[in-house]
Design a protein around this ligand. Structure first.
Ligand code: DGL
Length: 282
């Protein structure tokens, strides 16, 4: 109780970044490159990843727990660096939970900024989206793209094996070659006119070498990290009432629901600096 009251008193705090596991580190890395002056607090729910094959109710429940945890740490701004959580939980959190939980704080996702980029890249108007089964089933990308660009056609393809390959450190192995090639071939055979593909899961940049290898030449591959970083920079500029609550010191602390000895070595590789994570229970 005492610590809750203490935390609620904090006026400035790090920006919270959340993912089900390692994938959000690909977003965090680019955000920190672009906005290095701020402090960050990363939470990976590795113990319960992957989210992409779970029910919408559970993804919402887990994401809300993480959001509450980051609020309790004082964060005024949280980025859901996870497409599954953005697609399945963000709207409810924004519309239903925030008004009572923390009306002055904000939770943002990764789908919207990615969709805004699509119009600059496609010529054919046929967009492929790779995502987790949850993200694809939610049709979030279809809804957002078709609303923003009437006439565009979205071809979603779920890749249930890609996240487990990353979480189990198999992204460099032959199994990754097999599944990445198989899914790309399946999507492209559905519509050869696809000229732009969204990597709609923050884990997928960790498979980028293989994705590049098997994607037909001339097809644009959209990675979200730099896009989300630019969009956040723009957001902070337009929202000084939030920005002034974001502490500046260039630090980053890492928390995982899994064993930190399992998380830290791999996380260090992804973010290119030594990571010493702490364990939390959400
Ligand atoms: N990295 C997350 C995403 O962008 C979630 C992957 C998962 O846990 O299934 O969708």
């Amino acid at each position: 109780m005492i610590s809750t009251i203490h935390n609620m008193d904090i006026d400035k705090a790090p920006i919270g970044v959340f993912d089900s596991g390692f994938g959000g580190l690909t977003i965090l890395r680019d955000i920190r490159k672009r906005l290095s002056q701020y402090d960050y607090l990363f939470v990976g729910d590795n113990a319960r990843a992957p989210y992409g094959t779970r029910s919408r109710e559970l993804v919402y429940e887990f994401t809300l727990q993480a959001v509450k945890h980051l609020f309790a740490q004082g964060c005024h701004l949280i980025i859901l660096a996870c497409n599954t959580a953005s697609a399945e939980a963000l709207r409810t959190i924004q519309q239903q939970d925030l008004p009572t939980l923390a009306p002055d704080r904000r939770v943002l996702g990764v789908v919207r900024p990615t969709v805004e980029k699509v119009g600059e890249l496609t010529h054919t108007g046929h967009i492929g989206v790779f995502g987790t089964p949850g993200t694809i089933a939610s049709r979030s990308y279809n809804i957002e793209i078709e609303e923003m660009y009437p006439g565009y056609k979205v071809h979603g393809h779920a890749c249930p094996m890609w996240v487990p390959l990353v979480e189990n450190r198999e992204s460099g192995g032959d199994g990754a070659d097999y599944f990445v090639k198989k899914d790309i071939d399946l999507l492209m055979s559905e519509c050869p006119d696809i000229d732009t593909v969204i990597l709609g899961c923050t884990h997928y940049p960790l498979l980028i070498d293989k994705i590049n290898r098997y994607t037909p030449q001339g097809v644009n591959i959209i990675q979200q990290g730099p896009i989300v970083a630019d969009s956040l920079a723009d957001y902070l500029q337009r929202h000084p009432e939030i920005e002034r609550h974001c502490s500046k010191g260039g630090s980053c602390r890492y928390f995982t629901t899994e064993d930190p000895d399992h998380f830290s070595p791999l996380a260090s590789v992804f973010v290119n600096e030594p990571v010493k994570a702490q364990r939390i229970i959400l």
